[in-house]
Design a protein around this ligand. Structure first.
Ligand code: TXA
Ligand code: MG
Length: 311
């Protein structure tokens, strides 16, 4: 495995059927040619991901997305407002799309996203095909927002890590399912609910596990136990937010209470606190909730899953 910045090399590897970790504005992705069944199967194997959990197909533009999925006027309106960017649309899959059935886990729908990261956009152009990519972490573990996180989590399972620097958004894309003129929030993420509702009207309640099979209760979990609270004991690591109390084993998502800064720091802080807990022999991690507005909804969702009982 190599870490580098050569986009043409990454494109050649993907066209050859290899796995490449790629930067996006949300988190790093574990990428393969979405039209290559064997390469897509290798993604599931590398992550130890259950094969019923479908992948997002990344495309350069809405025109490219339309080759693989049907857009209603509402879906077009949402894409026009937020693409390229941290938004995924779940739409009816188009018959005849060359995307692997394994990528969409045999479902009649397809998740599509046009990412904003300039390196990922250049890669999509060089590959000229849709790229399937889940987050580049072992299934259930903390998502990667640095090339180094991918190296630690997946290591030699990838041929190359394309280094695009730290991810600026820091939480995964918001997932919206559109059926006709009806939109439903399946996952809170990098575009706040309020911004989408300003364009699309009120979003229906979040789908259950059946709607987004990857939204299993326990996810994003550090090795150390994590609980939600603002009352760290001396033998716990502390993920603080805003004007929190001082603590010897603390990292703060944003001292000024800025939710954009907090989201960008979230997974890197969880990785760092996990290492701190291990090195200092701490009992676990305590994380403060963010206010439930804007990107706070996605931050709290990830923290709740990191704290959930594990299988
Ligand atoms: O920001 C992101 O979305 C990142 C970057 C790499 O693009 N990707 C990402 O992928 O978070 P992943 O696989 O970790 O999460 C995708 C979620 C899963 O919960 C999956 O179940 C859901 O999307 N999903 C994919 N296809 C779906 C479909 N057809 N219907 C409903 N949910 C779907
Ligand atoms: Mg993931």
């Amino acid at each position: 495995m190599t870490i580098g910045t050569d986009i043409d090399k990454a494109a050649r590897l993907i066209l050859d059927g290899a796995l490449v970790a790629v930067p996006t504005e949300t988190v790093y992705g574990l990428a393969a040619d979405a039209t290559n069944d064997r390469a897509v199967a290798a993604i599931f194997a590398a992550k130890k991901r259950p094969s019923f959990n479908p992948l997002i197909a990344h495309v350069h533009s809405r025109r490219a997305a339309e080759e693989h999925a049907y857009f209603t006027p509402l879906a077009e309106k949402i894409a026009a407002a937020f693409w390229p960017g941290p938004l995924t649309l779940v739409l009816p899959r188009r018959e005849g799309s060359p995307i692997s059935e394994l990528a969409s886990a045999g479902r009649p729908t397809l998740a599509v996203r046009s990412p904003a990261h300039p390196v990922m956009r250049a890669l999509l152009e060089a590959v000229g095909r849709p790229i399937a990519a889940p987050s580049a972490n072992p299934s259930g573990a903390i998502s990667p927002t640095r090339a180094q996180h991918v190296a630690e989590g997946l290591g030699d399972a990838v041929a190359m890590i394309l280094d695009g620097g730290p991810c600026v958004v820091g939480v995964e894309s918001t997932i919206v399912k559109v059926v006709g003129d009806h939109a439903m929030l399946l996952r809170a993420g990098g575009i706040p609910r309020e911004a989408i509702e300003a364009i699309a009207g009120p979003l229906a309640a979040r789908g259950d596990a059946v709607e987004a099979p990857g939204m299993m209760e326990s996810h994003y979990a550090p090795a150390a136990r994590l609980r939600i609270g603002d009352d760290p004991r001396p033998d716990e690591a502390f993920l603080a937010f805003g004007d929190a109390r001082e603590h010897p084993h603390a990292l703060n998502l944003s001292r000024t209470g800025d939710l954009v800064e907090a989201a960008a720091n979230l997974f890197a802080c969880l990785h760092a606190l996990d290492a701190m807990a291990r090195e200092r022999g701490l009992k676990g991690i305590v994380a403060m909730r963010a206010p439930e507005k804007g990107l706070g909804e996605a931050i709290n969702d990830r923290l709740a899953r990191a704290a959930a009982p594990r299988p």
